[in-house]
Design a protein around this ligand. Structure first.
Ligand code: NDP
Length: 403
């Protein structure tokens, strides 16, 4: 199986398309479809120039299930890789069920008028995919995605159980602009302005957004402030690893970013409720997205590194008491730009999307049903990370985190 339909033509889709083209033994035919076809054509041009591989392009509104089914049938795709926006997840899952093909995405479904980041909408498809004999993989980016697979790998090879888990996402890159988000601004700002929430002692602990700050020395990057946030994988990890006593997610932000978001939030520009402006309904956050820099244009400007990983503590497999491991990847913005023409945030999401798709294409992840990444065997995915541009390291720490 090697025919794939990639939906979306943003920064993440561009990286995934390039990396798929670099693996022609796995991906024999690639079609790239999105709302704005010219963006697909631009990516196809870059893929051709860098790899010599031709990819097909098409215009598609992914909310139109019948149009997606027709395109799947026409291209003969056996897997849909959804790199559009979370709002398209359910329509694309419906199209996959109708057309009888597998599904993969990088972000959980959300109705546009909510910012709750819940898996319930997609988990409700479990029985439909199982009965159809089809596989749906949820969250095959870096976080969720690689960090979830890291946790499973630690549990398979180092720890009997995970008692504490901290996911640490550091972007030490600088694009020189006063304010820009490094992936879709609407999704990014919805995430960071939502209340922080972490899992502790069997329940959720909520705190106001961006109020818990810790300074941490990231390998390859140095000291940065990271903030406690809610992130969707906390729900799936605490569900699938019921032994977890505490699970938290941290992301680094510079002071300038925090100041901009605070002002934008205070003046109402991050709102997701429509307002009437000169007789038209507009959603403030969508308008803000329209005036902010496009993340896929940041590649040439961004310098520095990302470091994303997990710190996990639990009883060691070797019976030597409790142990703590830090497992992470360091990725260089400029190296990513040289390789595929994108910055590291798109790269660290697009490469795992390609690897997840490869796991399905190769039949390694083909259990019928709807799966989060931590539910699947980690080994082949971890091997491919090493060879496809996201090598990882694992180190034992002297004890559990003290923050
Ligand atoms: P972009 O906004 O750059 O790209 C989204 C693309 O989807 C655009 O090309 C857009 O088209 C297209 N699109 C939107 N609506 C539709 C529609 N109805 N039909 C067809 N195409 C549509 O986003 P990114 O590339 O930055 O992010 C892509 C996804 O990756 C997002 O879901 C994001 O949340 C996720 N992500 C996941 C991460 C992880 O680690 N798991 C990290 C970063 C991102 P148009 O150009 O016409 O607007």
């Amino acid at each position: 199986m090697g025919k794939v339909l990639v939906v979306g033509a943003g920064g993440v889709a561009s990286v995934a398309a390039h990396k798929m083209a670099m693996n022609p033994d796995i991906f024999t035919e690639i079609t790239l479809a999105s709302r704005t076809r010219s963006k697909c054509d631009a990516i196809a041009g870059s893929v051709k120039a860098r790899t010599g591989v031709e990819i097909r392009t098409a215009g598609l509104d992914a909310m139109d299930v019948a149009a997606t089914v027709a395109l799947i049938r026409e291209t003969g795709a056996e897997l849909v890789v959804n790199l559009a926006l979370p709002y398209q997840d359910l329509a694309l899952m419906d199209a996959c069920l109708d057309a009888g093909v597998h599904y993969l995405d990088t972000a959980n479904y959300e109705p546009p008028e909510e910012a709750k980041f819940e898996y319930s909408h997609q988990w409700a498809y479990q029985e439909k995919f199982r009965q159809a004999g089809l596989t749906a993989i949820l969250g095959s980016g870096f976080d969720p995605g690689v960090t979830s697979v890291y946790a499973t790998w630690l549990k398979k090879h180092r720890l009997e159980a995970i008692r504490q888990l901290d996911v640490l996402d550091c972007n030490g890159g600088d694009n020189g602009l006063p304010f820009a988000t490094n992936f879709n601004p609407e999704i990014n700002i919805r995430e960071v302005t939502a209340p922080a929430r972490h899992w502790e002692a069997g329940g959720w602990v909520e705190s106001p957004a961006m109020t818990t700050k810790v300074r941490f020395d990231f390998p390859g990057v140095g000291e940065k402030n990271m903030y406690l946030m809610y992130h969707e994988e906390l729900e799936s990890l605490s569900t699938h690893f019921p032994e977890i006593e505490r699970a938290r997610f941290w992301m680094t932000f510079g002071d300038a970013y925090i100041n901009h978001v605070t002002v934008l939030q205070n003046v109402g520009m991050t709102g997701i409720e429509p307002v009437i402006y000169e007789g038209h309904e507009i959603v403030p956050l969508q308008f803000l997205k329209a005036v902010l820099p496009n993340p896929s244009d940041l590649g040439a400007l961004t310098k520095g590194k990302t470091c994303i990983g997990d710190i996990a503590t639990g009883p060691a497999k070797d019976g030597a008491g409790e142990k703590t491991y830090y497992i992470y990847n360091i990725c260089d913005h400029e190296e990513c730009y040289r390789e595929v023409g994108s910055q590291a945030v798109a790269y660290t999401t697009g490469v795992p999307a390609m690897i997840g798709a490869a796991m399905v294409a190769k039949g390694i992840w083909r259990e019928p049903g709807v799966w989060n990444m931590e539910q699947l065997d980690p080994d082949a995915f971890m091997d491919m990370l090493m060879t496809q541009g996201l090598p990882w390291e694992v180190h034992e720490l002297s004890g559990p985190v003290n923050f």
